[in-house]
Ligand binder design. Structure first.
Ligand code: FAD
Ligand code: NAD
Length: 472
């Protein structure tokens, strides 16, 4: 039996990063993954690279170009005749991006001398894992002094809407459509609903999003979400809050969705329906019960603050332990666990994990929302600044959105930063550094920002905390 210092189950952003960091620190490492792509080929990179972050951003970018050509090119003096959209080519480009990046993960693991085992892992004992590869008909057992579970997450399914990937789709099906459906329904106005809704709306679909709860994006700051909802609605996304889906049926390639809203029974006929109601831990084939690795009531693997499970030599990281289900959160946990196994002091501040929703304008934030400050009885100050007052935003023709900085009234320490606007995904990193370094809004206000740049919006919002913004 092959023996390793560390066996990592899962080669998504949590698992493969953990495996590489362990190898960098001189450990003998194995990484196991069972992913098989739509062409029947084993690939690494997990949800994020295969059917998550990367393919969704490839389609968001392609469809954003379409949006630009349709809506903005004219004012830049760019005239286009008949604009033709070739979705199959767009999909091929997306597949190529995925192929290059998943191949890159394989090369990185190889370069770092991590042994990759392809197949489904399940515990045989607390330090032995069996790896079964059904397509190759092989089975082996490997031993690890430490085992890291990084098995990720899968979409939550709702019994009333059976995903068949033809008419009723989950996010994976939504990323593979070969043409824009005439009428597209989406259940769930969360991150996936909004990103996939944006892609297909820009490519020509009429998009109706049914959201069960009354509030739009409750995890984000409410000043930002109010504005975001207005902008997205103006773009044509029909977002129906307080709309609880009761029944879904398919006939003659059409989907009939019955839902309840404001005490009334309503219905909607669409050509395709995307179910995007959240994700859950993926632990089905791990045989966790055998080794007494505990899970919580929602099925997430329970860990302490050092990512140790109820079994001493078994750790868990990434989506499978819950919290923000984000690639960068999983990767940082992977690095921290590797360094802990190396005997180092490793900590990670989950308070400052940045979130980005890649609609256009983008929505990005880190730290506390204003609602959270109120709930915790924190006294705070707020500074805001609109994109439309920025020279760079005007030059780009992207003037929608705003910056918002929340700081502690007592000592001015920045508590939260919220951005709605072009390239917010990039701008938020400055805010994360400020939060991690416990900077005050005064520190940001005294930091020189290049002109003309969108980052000047952060500078001005920091000045606005003390009511001294210049360009408004
Ligand atoms: P995963 O990426 O799910 O990887 C887990 C791996 O474990 C998989 O490869 C799986 O095959 C393997 N595995 C599971 N069980 C076994 C087993 N028993 N044996 C062997 N292998 C096993 N996050 C962002 O930060 N930014 C984004 O823009 C973003 N966009 C997204 C878009 C979509 C459509 C979706 C669905 C998700 C998106 N996410 C995004 C979330 C992101 O994909 C996840 O947070 C991230 O992939 C979690 O990483 P992970 O390593 O924990 O798990
Ligand atoms: P989500 O939790 O973001 O949103 C799900 C939405 O569905 C919620 O608003 C919820 O109220 C609603 N809902 C639940 N049940 C419903 C029902 N029966 N009828 C109508 N609405 C219902 O989940 P998601 O959009 O599926 O995404 C899953 C996770 O994947 C995200 O939370 C995020 O962690 C990750 N993700 C991240 C990114 C990114 O970072 N840009 C992109 C995509 C996905």
């Amino acid at each position: 039996m092959k023996e390793y210092d560390v066996v990592v189950i899962g080669a998504g952003p949590a698992g493969y990063v953990c495996a590489i960091r362990c190898a960098q620190l001189g450990m003998k490492v194995a990484c196991i993954d069972e992913w098989v792509n739509s062409k029947g080929k084993s690939t690494l990179g997990g949800t994020c690279l295969n059917v998550g972050c990367i393919p969704s951003k490839a389609l968001l970018d392609s469809s954003h170009h379409v949006h630009f050509l349709h809506e903005q090119a004219k004012e830049h003096g760019i005239k286009i005749g008949n604009l033709e959209i070739d979705v199959p080519t767009m999909q091929k480009r997306k597949d190529k991006v995925v192929q290059v990046l998943t191949g890159g993960v394989a090369s990185l693991l190889k370069k770092n001398k991590v042994d990759v085992h392809i197949g489904t892992a399940s515990f045989s004992s607390h330090n032995v894992v069996s790896v079964k590869n059904n397509s190759m008909g092989t089975s082996e057992e490997i031993r690890g002094e430490h085992i890291v579970i990084a098995s990720g997450s899968i979409p939550i399914d709702i019994p009333i809407a059976n995903v068949d990937q033809k008419t009723i789709l989950d996010s994976t099906g939504a990323l593979s459509l070969q043409n824009a459906p005439k009428r597209l329904g989406i259940i769930g106005a969360g991150v996936i609903g909004l990103e996939m809704g944006s892609v297909w709306k820009r490519l020509g679909s009429e998009v109706i999003i049914l959201e069960a709860i009354a509030e739009f994006l409750p995890i984000a700051d409410s000043t930002i979400t109010k504005e975001a909802k207005k902008i997205l609605t103006k773009q044509g996304l029909d977002i129906r809050l307080s709309s609880l889906v009761k029944d879904v049926s398919v006939s003659n390639d059409k989907v009939l969705v019955k839902y309840e809203s404001g005490g009334e029974e309503k219905s909607l006929e669409v050509d395709k329906l995307i179910v995007a109601v959240g994700r859950k831990a993926n632990t089905t084939s791990l045989n966790l019960e055998l080794v007494n690795v505990e899970t919580d009531e929602k099925g997430y693997v329970k860990t302490d603050e050092h990512w140790q499970t109820s079994v001493k030599n078994i750790y868990a990281i990434g989506d499978v332990i819950g919290g923000p289900m984000l690639a960068h959160k999983g990767s940082e946990e992977g690095i921290a666990v590797a360094e802990l196994l190396d005997g180092q002091h490793a900590v990670m501040n989950h308070d400052n994990v940045p979130w980005v929703i890649y609609t256009w304008p983008e929505i990005a934030w880190a730290g506390k929302t204003e609602q959270e400050c109120k709930e915790s009885n924190i006294k705070y100050k707020v500074g805001t600044f609109p994109y439309m007052a920025l020279g760079r935003a005007r030059a780009m023709g992207d003037t929608e959105g705003m910056f918002k900085i929340i700081s502690d009234e007592a000592n001015d320490q920045i508590l939260g930063v919220h951005i709605l606007g072009a390239i917010a995904s990039e701008l938020i990193s400055e805010a994360v550094v400020a939060l991690e370094s416990e900077l005050s809004s005064e520190d940001l206000a005294r930091t020189i920002h290049a002109h003309p740049s969108l980052a000047e919006g952060l500078h001005e919002a920091a000045l606005a905390v003390d009511e001294r913004a210049i360009h408004i």
